[in-house]
Write a protein that binds this ligand. Structure first.
Ligand code: C5P
Length: 222
């Protein structure tokens, strides 16, 4: 028994990454941060000077790009053709560019296939925007994790501050809202709650509270 597939989707800053890692640890599952994969594509496109509406260029880029994860104790590094891009993909600039590039069909197609291969064996938690709706519509457990835009902006702001990136709270909230709009409004695989997803609003819950709720839900379905 390899275990099931757990999908965690939701807007940026809802706490998906932290929770996915913690839940994976508790269940002894592998976690896959699909946002990091889209970010790696965006960074590579930027470096190669490929415009975000150049579908042909993006398709070729994806074909030659191998994205992998290197698990190193508690942390997980993201590799693009063997290069560790973990920190470089985390800037605000790459976040917004990723939201634009991830709307392109060839990019979605390439990563869809990669993600299905990575998750096929089960015993895995994938976090993203379209895992429960498109990548693994038959996932045994799906969560849709959200929080108010103000709260998500506040969390993101604290994260940036901790890394020494300068930004104001208002700016950060505005960017979170802009990114959600783009992700929800796109034609291919928009951010949306799957009908059979368990919705969790984390606005006034602690990480521990959400984690407990998720763990209980998964165990009920095993
Ligand atoms: O989760 P994260 O903020 O790292 O994701 C960055 C961007 O990647 C999102 O804003 C979204 O545009 C895109 N993304 C996506 N589908 C996923 C995961 C991320 O389109 N499954």
């Amino acid at each position: 028994e390899n275990g099931v597939i757990v999908a965690i989707d939701g807007p940026s800053g809802a706490g998906k990454s932290s929770l996915t890692k913690l839940l994976a640890k508790r269940l002894g599952y592998i976690h896959i941060d699909t946002g990091a994969m889209f970010r790696a594509v965006a960074l590579s496109a930027k470096r190669a000077g490929i415009a975000s509406d150049d579908d042909k260029g993006l398709a070729e880029l994806c074909q030659g790009l191998e994205i992998s994860f290197a698990r190193d104790g508690e942390t997980c590094r993201v590799l693009a053709n063997g290069e560790d891009v973990s920190s470089e993909i985390r800037t605000e600039e790459i976040g917004l560019l990723t939201s634009t590039i991830s709307a392109r069909k060839p990019v979605r197609q390439a990563l869809l296939e990669m993600q299905r291969r990575m998750g096929a064996k089960g015993g895995v938690i994938l976090e993203g925007r379209d895992i429960g709706t498109v990548v693994f519509p038959d996932a045994e457990v799906k969560f849709f994790l959200s929080a108010s835009a103000e709260e998500r902006g506040r969390r993101r702001y604290l994260e940036l501050a901790a890394r020494g990136e300068s930004a104001t709270l208002e700016e950060t909230i505005a960017k979170v809202i802009q990114r959600d709009r783009q992700d929800e409004g796109r034609e291919h695989a928009p951010l949306k709650q799957a009908e059979d997803a368990v919705p969790i609003d984390s606005t006034s819950l602690s990480i521990e509270q959400v984690l407990e709720l998720m763990e209980r839900t998964v165990k009920e379905r095993l």
